[in-house]
Ligand binder design. Structure first.
Ligand SMILES: C[S@@+](CC[C@H](N)C(=O)[O-])C[C@H]1O[C@@H](n2cnc3c(N)ncnc32)[C@H](O)[C@@H]1O
Length: 184
């Protein structure tokens, strides 16, 4: 029997799908917000970094799951940033979630290292951005990479996460879409 996800932000997930249809953008909401929140809770995350805010679905899932955390989330689309800030304020989590507007590559160097959890959900993963995320993550911190089965630059990221001695990694689904990795 297929059970529902019990997702407190299910409505925002649906709103993100509706927004994408109208806006013609790439705001595909992540499939399982409760998984992200629970992983962050298990890691006792205090600082979380997200690449790819869209309307705030996953940033809210992280903040809800890890009640002692703050979340920095980045998106370059001004409409997504505006809507995400609205949804985050409506959920009364704006004191713990900061939405940074801009290109990932421009914002990452402005952030302080030492994140406990980082989440890449900004379309296809690319090695340079993953290098930046690694630098910002503490040793023992958790990196969650979505869209790892997109091909192209994602294949090089897959190789780095699974082929070397820098990460301990596991895929969380049969399709190879998401990996969870610990920085060694
Ligand atoms: C798949 S959506 C994020 C979905 C979101 N995490 C959720 O689950 O609702 C990807 C987002 O990344 C943003 N994005 C893509 N490439 C970017 C870049 N290079 N710099 C900043 N934002 C980017 C897009 O504007 C889009 O909102």
């Amino acid at each position: 029997m297929k059970r529902p996800l019990a997702d407190p932000f299910a409505e925002l997930r649906k709103a993100t799908d509706r927004h994408r249809a109208q806006h013609g953008c790439g705001a595909y909401p992540y499939g399982n917000g409760p998984l992200l929140g629970t992983l962050a809770a298990a890691a006792h995350a205090r600082r979380i970094l997200e690449l790819g805010t869209a309307l705030g679905y996953t940033a809210l899932s992280f903040a809800y799951g890890a009640p002692d955390s703050t979340v920095d989330t980045i998106d370059r689309d001004p409409e997504h940033v505006r809507l995400a800030r609205e949804h985050i304020a409506a959920a009364s989590l704006d004191h713990r979630i900061t939405v940074h507007e801009g290109e990932f590559a421009k914002i990452l160097p402005m952030l302080d290292p030492g994140y406990d959890v980082a989440f890449f959900d900004g379309n296809t993963p690319a090695p340079a951005l993953h290098g930046g995320l690694r630098n910002l993550l503490r040793t023992g911190g958790m990196l969650i990479t979505a869209n790892l089965n997109h091909g192209g630059t994602a294949d090089a990221v897959y190789k780095a996460l699974f082929g070397g001695k820098s990460w301990r990694s596991a895929l969380v689904d049969d399709s190879g879409e998401t990996a969870i990795s610990v920085k060694l």
